[in-house]
Ligand binder design. Sequence first.
Ligand SMILES: [Zn+2]
Length: 159
Amino acid sequence: MTPGLDAALLDGAMGRALELAAAAVEWGDTPIGAVVLGADGAVLAEAANEREKRGDPTAHAEVLALRAAARVHGDGWRLTGTTLVVSLEPCTMCAGASVLARVGHVVYGADDPKAGAAGSLWDVVRDRRLNHRPQVTSGIRAEESATLLRAFFRRQRGL
Ligand SMILES: [Zn+2]
């Protein structure tokens, strides 16, 4: 745990990420939501996956939330001391973006065995060759996230 951000606060932020994830389904995107918290636990930014909505391969929830957080955090592109809360394990791009943004703590819900880059398939966030390594907490409200994703893919397949 990051000092100062307790389990209840992270649980609440994940609840918001899950709401954002559920909303993404309305415009045909995979249900993934992200929230960026400041060092004091205040919400700096939030976003849902908008890849389909924007026709943008980089419009993952984490990237959109990190960009929006940088605009309000007050230290240029640096998000030192912030916490990224996301409903699904970040992919290589988003794990990489978290490292580059110097996010202090990455908190995610469900594991993504097919594309996860925070421990499942790769571990970009804890690679000792990189000079910044965010702390990682996984499994927060993972079952709720997995349930949303399963329902989405079931509908996609027309079942
Ligand atoms: Zn991603």
